[in-house]
Design a protein around this ligand. Structure first.
Ligand SMILES: [Zn+2]
Ligand SMILES: [Zn+2]
Length: 310
């Protein structure tokens, strides 16, 4: 089969490799694999969850089981079930997950526990988006029940958060400097803004120290800030700590998702609660992937769709 393999930072090669053998795992033919900011980071700098080079990657993967022909989303990880977070019902922060990477290939082998049936209504590129959407579902759970919500960042994650919150009947403002992303937020029914004013619940969906600061500063007294975008370990984030004490602000991290979040994300896509079409970028082949990951992410928020059969 053909697979895109990372040989090192910014060195992606499409090669012919042996087809995966199932053994204890299920072989899935990849129908669509979407890209995200994490893929761009993995391509640019490497990542702690990647195996030794050369390694397969791609973690938003929808395909068809070769044994039963059932369409499935291949989740990017399986929690261990035994560590303290898993035992306390927080599998999303499992200390020893089995990562399932390799969606940028014609086939992927995955443990059955990573597979989720795709509802008939959802085409493969939208189903692949259930992986990041599941993280948004979990992040919303980490918030409060405030009716007025601010989101810092109008990229795919910010827009997914906005769509889920709007579907819950909340009023949402999305702050992003790009006019194209503001227009996408408005299409979803959110209020677009360049900067966020004061809100009781704020989601940060950028993953930069300045965005963490903007989110903390936008929280009103007693407010909750949910940090969804990851800043690299060692990043320096600075904001006025006074309000944490005098205004009882709460900063909460939100990371990843568990199995039920993935099924809820698939259900949200099937119900139309998340208008995924606005996030669909061009469909590309494996050989076009490297140029896509290298391209700047300004402008409209969209995910490339890799079709390995191209
Ligand atoms: Zn992703
Ligand atoms: Zn665990």
């Amino acid at each position: 089969m053909r697979a895109a393999l990372l040989y090192g930072p910014q060195d992606l090669r499409v090669e012919t490799v042996p087809d995966p053998e199932g053994g204890a795992e299920i072989v899935v033919r990849v129908d669509a694999a979407t890209t995200c900011g994490t893929d761009a980071k993995m391509w640019r700098h490497g990542h702690r969850v990647l195996g030794p080079y050369p390694c397969a990657f791609g973690h938003e993967t929808a395909g068809t089981r070769t044994d039963t022909s059932q369409r499935v989303l291949v989740s990017d990880s399986v929690a261990c079930g035994a560590c303290p977070p898993c035992r306390s019902g927080r599998a999303q922060i499992c200390r020893d997950p089995d990562w399932v990477l390799g969606g940028f290939a014609e086939y992927i082998a995955a443990p059955e526990a990573a597979l989720h049936p795709i509802p008939d209504e959802i085409p493969a590129p939208a189903a692949a988006m259930a992986e990041p959407l599941a993280a948004a579902v979990h992040a919303v759970d980490r918030g409060s029940d405030a009716s007025e919500v601010g989101v810092v960042g109008g990229g795919p994650m910010g827009l997914m958060l906005a769509a889920l919150l709007i579907a819950q009947g909340r009023s949402v403002t999305v702050a992003d400097p790009h006019p194209e992303r503001q227009a996408q937020a408005a299409e979803l029914g959110a209020r677009p803004a360049t900067r966020l004013d004061s809100h009781g619940l704020v989601f940060e969906a950028v993953g930069r120290p300045t965005a963490w600061r903007d989110a903390a500063e936008a929280a009103s007294p007693g407010g909750v800030v949910v940090l969804v975008g990851g800043c690299p370990t060692g990043s320096e984030v600075s904001f006025d700590p006074g309000p944490l004490h005098y205004e009882e602000l709460e900063l909460r991290g939100a990371f990843h998702h568990d199995r039920s979040d993935v099924d809820r994300a698939l259900a949200a896509l099937a119900s139309g609660a998340v208008p995924w079409r606005t996030l669909l970028g061009p469909t590309i082949s494996l050989t076009e992937l490297q140029a896509a990951l290298a391209s700047p992410t300004s402008g409209r928020a969209a995910k490339w769709v890799v079709d390995p059969a191209r």
